[in-house]
Write a protein that binds this ligand. Structure first.
Ligand code: PMP
Length: 418
């Protein structure tokens, strides 16, 4: 192998899979590792595999021809604006419309406090960038969204999980964790929470606990980052009141059109107190100058001319039917000792295998039987989740979900007999 004499490094030949730059990356790059979901996509996308793994919204349910016309019309009518650079904070009219969307969850906010981002994933990145120095602590539910955990680790944050049950974060656990960390002198920067139809657990923080979580964080002076991409996808009743609706100063709210419209537009947002908003805009400008004007205006047009509330209702009904297919099949087919959550919205069921089984070890056997899921360990930073799996019901048709659960139940039965 050739040798780079200046740096005493071994240089891999071109085309080799050995990374020749391995000892030159910044320290933060060591925290950037491929998620377990990513590795799975290649396998799970084979047509014979029923994928209960990915969290892809069912965009086929959109009126695609109408969206197409709207986009074409946008270019011919407003091309010089739509194809131009825009403001770092985002299109002012879209930010007004975003405030209308948030009103459905009890949030009364002005467009001036909204920053449009490239999906809520970028909002997570920006928030982490402006708050986290290496070693700072982020509190997060255990389990938590794998994409957020990846971002936190890319900025070398230490994630400390807070216990969660079927009603969301356990307030006592939150208070104890804060106390223990503070006693040990650890700098806690924020609580990251997905209070409604959580990814991956599918559970929702109940109303009483919402107030308790806000009180605990306010008393401790800890910022709350409320990530809420699924809030409008509830299967019964009115949308839950957002945490941000009851605390404007201590909560940064992250929203997204990825699940209520389509993730391909990559339009999300952060709603933040003024000072944080200013930092977010600066961070946004340094990252990408401005979001795509084109997709912002396309989403704005869609919200102006399309019955978007009706479309969300269509999505809710579609996902409800799929949730029912999954729960009914799990109830009918899974062996004793297996448990799972019963989501009232969103995309995910979180299952716990019978004692003694390991979900990561089970995955290759499941894939051999043509069904895929996400093993639980990726949703923890502390080695938790070995007996858990995330089962998504958002993408496959109900019959495929039933078939997928049947295959999975067979694999688990077999494993129990070994
Ligand atoms: N937060 C959570 C909890 C998510 O599940 C997702 C997408 N799976 C995101 C943020 C990012 O979504 P987007 O960037 O598409 O808005």
């Amino acid at each position: 192998m050739p040798h780079d004499s200046d740096h005493g490094r071994t240089v891999a030949p071109q085309g080799s899979r050995i990374d020749a730059y391995v000892d030159r990356y910044a320290a933060r790059a060591t925290g950037m590792v491929a998620s377990e979901i990513r590795a799975l996509f290649a396998v799970a996308s084979r047509p014979e595999v029923v994928s209960l793994a990915g969290g892809m919204p069912y965009v086929t349910a959109l009126p695609l021809d109408v969206v197409g016309e709207l986009v074409a019309d946008l270019v011919s009518r407003r091309g010089p604006v739509a194809l131009q650079y825009g403001s770092g904070q985002g299109d002012p009219h879209l930010r007004e419309q975003i405030c209308d969307v948030m009103r459905l969850e009890g949030i009364d906010a002005g467009a001036d406090d909204v920053v449009v981002t490239v999906g809520s994933q970028q909002a997570l990145d920006l928030i982490t960038r402006i708050f986290i120095d290496p070693g700072d602590v982020v509190l997060a539910e255990g389990p938590s969204y794998v994409g957020a955990l990846g971002t936190f680790s890319a900025y070398q944050a230490k994630v400390v999980h807070v216990a969660m049950d079927d009603e969301g974060i356990v307030p006592e656990s939150l208070a104890q964790t804060i106390y223990a960390l503070r006693t040990a002198g650890a700098p806690i920067k924020f609580l990251y929470t997905i209070p409604t139809f959580q990814n991956p657990a599918g559970v929702t923080l109940n109303a009483a606990r919402r107030q308790q979580v806000l009180d605990i964080c306010q008393r401790a002076g800890i910022l709350v980052v409320e990530d809420n991409p699924y809030g409008l996808l509830g299967f019964d009743g009115e949308p839950m009141r957002a945490l941000r609706a009851d605390n404007a100063d201590g909560v940064v709210y992250l929203g997204s059109f990825s699940k209520t419209l389509a993730p391909g537009f990559r339009v999300g947002w952060a709603l933040a107190p003024h000072a944080i908003r200013d930092k977010l805009v600066l961070a946004m400008e340094s990252a990408v100058l401005s979001h795509s004007t084109f997709t912002q205006l396309a989403v704005g047009e869609y919200l102006s001319v399309q019955p978007w509330r009706e479309q969300i209702k269509t999505f809710r009904e579609l996902y409800r039917e799929r949730r029912d297919a999954m729960l009914t099949s799990l109830d009918a087919l899974m062996p004793t000792g297996m448990t799972w959550t019963r989501p009232r919205g969103g995309f995910f069921v979180w299952a716990t295998l019978p004692e003694g089984l390991d979900s990561k070890a089970l995955l290759p056997r499941a894939v051999a039987e043509r069904v895929a899921f996400v093993p639980g360990t990726g949703f923890y930073t502390d080695g938790g989740g070995t007996r858990n799996m995330r089962l998504s019901f958002c993408y496959p048709e109900p019959d495929r979900i039933r078939e997928g659960v049947r295959r999975l139940a067979g694999v688990i039965e077999q494993e129990l007999q070994l």
